[in-house]
Design a protein around this ligand. Structure first.
Ligand code: NAD
Length: 500
């Protein structure tokens, strides 16, 4: 069985901890690979390598850093299909979706190619007689990234391209469930000319994560994953004097006003709820139908949901693939029966789904799509992040009731409004408590040059990821006040410096 290794100092390094995790093909349910888990010593070796590489990379010229990034972008472009195939083989999402993930990750590499412009700094001349002030931003040192299973290429690319463009060196701890895509990303970075040790990968679990959080040479930690772990990372990281940005889970609401184009809204609800089997932090998991739209909207969503083609991600006919593990599939399914018992109407029940035409998928982690209507806000299906192909519909009498409902959620990642009324949309964008808002856009993931991040339990820390916030996160400010004295500048003055 193939064993996926660490990547340290520009080469594969086998784990000697004796601990391994299984890597499944979710479409067949078979374990096809294993991944070696890092011990504390193995993490220390990766951090030491990154620390040593920082000595030269941290002061490498912008010309040198960006030359590598431009070349990296070319290589990623040439290897899109191959990376997408690795994603599909271990995550399960369909190939077109995996390609989309690679493209969205490459946006951050493109942003990183232009880092010279972003790091230009500020200069004020003659703030006082013969005194100039410059503000510059410098790299931090060794930065760690810890990433979730659901975007095994894109989320690592939200982090390391910008971190290394800013002059840091990086240690990535990818999800143990689908580690191959990020390993390939590191190999390609090396091929692009990235010096050894600038980008390292340690595979593993909590042991590796905890060591990264405690290690005195790790200066900052970027995390993306579930809310309880995000909160843990934030608290433990800060306890160990790290700069932390920790992005957590979500429950994204899509508000549909009575004046919306209901066919368009139903299409978008389907795409955003069931794409990637609902395993997206920006998935729409709740539709809030306002006024008398509910019955017609639910009928339109149900009709579309029943026609979806669910199968292995490498079959071009499949629109949705399997879930990540058998346990997760079963947990997601339990929310459907649970919701029925807690007062919801099950309009479409996907729990008994079996894949046809693919005998090799008989033991795959498949689940059909489910649609739950009139879900009480007290039901677990409404309260929890299900992270699967289950869409809840909640009815609201008025816009005010709908916004109150959305704003009472513990999460505030993304949200969307569907309407033809510009005034209502404008009110929504100002009143809604979420970090990313879509107006007739169901999954408002910002482009690479705007930052991504939620509010409330969807993000711990203050800076969002990538875009300008990402650059601020991966650099520290320095202000330099300079005087080239003239003989007339002498003399004693104990007063606080002021300008004249
Ligand atoms: P997860 O929190 O289980 O795992 C994320 C990472 O943390 C993995 O690398 C994992 O190995 C590590 N980890 C898990 N348990 C740990 C522990 N006890 N101590 C230390 N480290 C631990 O998340 P997941 O299941 O891989 O991903 C799905 C979750 O990620 C969902 O909640 C989803 O909403 C969230 N997510 C959020 C965003 C966002 O941008 N806000 C993006 C993608 C995914």
């Amino acid at each position: 069985m193939k064993t996926i290794t660490h990547w340290i100092g520009g080469k594969p390094v086998e784990s000697v901890s004796g601990r391994f995790g299984p890597v499944y093909n979710p479409a067949t349910g078979a374990q096809e690979k294993q991944v070696g888990f890092a011990s504390v010593d193995e993490v220390d070796a990766a951090v030491a390598t990154a620390r040593a590489a920082f000595e030269s990379w941290g002061s490498a010229s912008l010309a040198k850093r960006t030359a590598v990034l431009f070349k990296y972008r070319e290589l990623l472009d040439a290897h899109r299909d191959e990376i997408a195939e690795l994603i599909t083989a271990e995550h399960g999402k369909v190939h077109s979706d995996a390609l989309g993930e690679v493209a969205r990750g490459m946006e951050i590499v493109e942003l990183a190619c232009g880092i010279s412009e972003k790091l230009k700094g500020e200069l004020s001349t003659q703030v006082s007689s013969r005194v100039d002030v410059a503000s510059i931003r410098q790299p931090l040192g060794v930065v760690a990234g810890i990433t979730p299973f659901n975007f095994p290429a894109m989320v690592p690319m939200w982090m390391f391209p910008l971190a290394i463009a800013c002059g840091n060196t990086f240690v990535l701890k990818p999800s143990e469930k689908d580690p191959s895509a990020s390993f390939r990303l590191a190999e390609l970075a090396s091929e692009a000319g990235l010096p050894d040790g600038v980008l390292n990968i340690v595979q593993g679990d909590k042991v590796a994560v905890d060591r990264l959080l405690e290690h005195p040479d790790v200066v900052a930690v970027s995390f993306v994953g579930s809310t309880p772990i995000a909160k843990y990372i934030q608290l433990k990281g800060v306890e160990h004097d790290k700069r932390v940005q920790a992005l957590g889970g979500a429950k994204n609401h899509m508000l549909v006003l009575p004046d919306a184009d209901l066919d368009f809204a139903a299409d978008q609800a389907i795409n955003a709820a069931y794409g990637s089997a609902g395993e997206r932090c920006m998935a729409v998991s709740v539709v809030v139908a306002v006024g008398d739209t509910g019955d017609e909207l639910v009928a339109k969503i149900a009709e579309r949901a029943k026609g979806l083609n669910i199968g292995p991600g490498n079959d071009p006919a499949s629109e949705m693939g399997p879930l990540i593990t058998r346990e997760h599939r079963d947990k997601v399914a339990s929310y459907v029966s649970g919701a029925a018992a807690q007062g919801a109407e099950v309009v479409v029940d996907g729990t008994g789904y079996t894949v046809e035409g693919h005998p090799e998928c008989a033991d795959g982690f498949f689940l059909g799509v489910s649609l739950l209507d009139k879900v009480p806000v007290t039901a677990d299906a409404y309260k929890d992040e299900i992270f699967g192909p289950v869409l809840c519909v909640v009815r609201a009498d008025t816009y005010d009731d709908a916004i109150k409902l959305i704003n009472s959620s513990r999460w505030g990642n993304g949200t969307a409004i569907f309407t033809r009324d510009g005034g209502a949309a404008r009110r929504f964008q100002l009143e809604v408590q979420a970090g990313m808002v879509g107006i007739n856009v169901p999954i408002p993931v910002p482009v690479g040059y705007h930052s991504f991040g939620g509010w409330k339990d969807s993000l711990f820390g203050d800076l969002h990821i990538y875009g300008n916030d990402g650059i601020a996160f991966y650099t520290q400010g320095k202000v330099i006040t300079t005087r080239w004295p003239d003989p007339s500048d002498g003399g004693i003055n104990l007063g606080f410096p002021s300008h004249s």
